[in-house]
Design a protein around this ligand. Structure first.
Ligand code: PXG
Length: 290
C-alpha cells in the first residue's frame, strides 16, 4: 500500500509522522472518511467542502486547495490501483512543541490512506442490527461542536466501548438534554407514520454526507425528511429505524435497548432507500481513471 504524506508517497512501513505532531499530542486535526465505488469517488466535493468547514472552525489553514486535495486523493487511489476503496484523509496541525499552542506548528500535514474497507456483517443489512443507548453523552456543541470532524474522537470511542460492553456494535449517543444526537460513527433516522425523521445538527449530530444523500433520495420519492428532536421514547415507538454513514451506508436497526422496532424486520421505507442509495453509488462520483 502506498500512503500519501505531504506530497510524497511512502510504503506502509515508511509512512510515519513525528511524535511532536499536534494531531498525536492533542488530537488537533481533522479527518474525512470517503468511499470509492467502481472507479468513482462518491461525494468527493461534499467531503472536501466539509473538511474546509471543519478547518475554518478550528482555525487550521489547509495547505492544499480543493483542487489540489482532489488531485492528491485521485493520485493515491491510482497509486494503489483501487476501484473500490475506503479513503482516509487526515489533516493534522503539524509538528509543534510539547506545549499545546498551535501557533508553534509551522505547517499542517496532509495524509491520505486508501485501502479496502471492513464492513458490518451482511446479516446486519438483511436482518437488521441491535443497538443501545450509552451513558456517555455527545459533546456539547458549546464545548467541541460535533459538526467538526476532528481527530479528537474520544467522546465517540468511549461510547463505542460502552456499546461493545453491552454486546452491540453501535451506540446511540444522547445529548446533555437527553435528546438523540447520533451514533458513534453514523447518523440516525426513524420512520413514523410514513414520515422520515432525523435529529437536527443542533442536537449534536455530524452533518453526515450519507444523511444528506438519504434526505435527497427520500425527497425524490415525495417523502420530505424532517429534522426534529427525538427522545428514546420516539425511537422505541418508531415504525422503522436505520443508521447512515460512509462506511455503513444504510443499515437497518430492529432493536433498541431491548425494544423491538416495528415488526422486528428491516422496514419497507428503509429497504427502498437502501436500494436507491446502492444504485446512486454505482453511477455518480469523481472518476479516478480516464
Ligand atoms: N457521525 C459521526 C460521529 C461520524 O464520524 C457520521 C456520523 C456519518 O457521516 P458520513 O458523512 O460518513 O455520512 C460519521 C462518519 C471510521 C469511519 O473509519 C467513520 C466515519 C465515516 C467513515 C469511516 O470509523 N464517520
Amino acid at each position: 500500500m502506498k500512503i500519501y504524506i505531504d506530497g510524497k508517497f511512502y510504503n506502509e512501513r515508511d509512512a510515519k509522522i513525528s511524535v511532536f505532531d499536534h494531531g498525536l499530542l492533542y488530537g488537533d486535526g481533522l479527518f474525512e472518511g470517503i468511499r470509492a465505488y467502481q472507479g468513482r469517488i462518491f461525494k468527493l466535493k461534499e467531503h472536501i467542502d466539509r473538511l474546509h468547514c471543519s478547518a475554518r472552525s478550528i482555525l487550521l489553514r489547509l495547505p492544499l486547495t480543493s483542487r489540489e486535495l482532489t488531485a492528491a486523493i485521485i493520485a493515491t487511489c491510482r497509486q494503489n490501483r483501487l476501484r473500490d476503496a475506503y479513503i482516509r484523509l487526515v489533516v493534522t496541525r503539524g509538528i509543534g512543541t510539547l506545549g499545546l499552542n498551535p501557533n508553534r506548528c509551522k505547517r499542517p500535514s496532509v495524509i491520505i490512506i486508501a485501502g479496502k474497507i471492513t464492513l458490518y456483517p451482511a446479516a446486519f443489512y438483511e436482518r437488521g442490527m441491535e443497538i443501545i443507548t450509552v451513558p456517555t453523552t455527545r459533546n456539547l456543541h458549546s464545548a467541541l461542536n460535533p459538526a467538526i470532524k476532528s481527530l479528537n474522537y474520544l467522546n465517540n470511542v468511549l461510547a463505542k466501548i460502552e456499546a461493545n460492553n453491552g454486546g452491540c456494535e453501535e451506540a446511540i449517543m444522547l445529548n446533555a438534554e437527553g435528546f438523540v444526537a447520533e451514533c458513534t460513527g453514523d447518523n440516525l433516522f426513524i420512520v413514523k407514520d410514513g414520515r422520515l425523521l432525523t435529529p437536527p445538527l443542533s442536537a449534536g449530530a455530524l452533518y453526515g454526507i450519507t444523511r444528506q444523500v438519504v434526505m435527497e433520495l427520500a425527497a425524490e420519492t415525495g417523502r420530505k425528511a424532517i429534522e426534529s428532536n427525538l427522545t428514546r421514547y420516539d425511537l422505541f415507538n418508531a415504525d422503522e429505524c436505520f443508521l447512515t454513514g460512509t462506511a455503513a451506508e444504510l443499515v437497518p436497526v430492529v432493536k433498541i435497548d431491548g425494544r423491538v422496532i416495528g415488526n422486528g424486520k428491516p422496514g419497507r421505507v428503509t429497504r427502498g432507500l437502501m436500494a436507491q442509495y446502492r444504485a446512486l453509488t454505482k453511477v455518480s462520483g469523481e472518476p479516478i481513471y480516464d
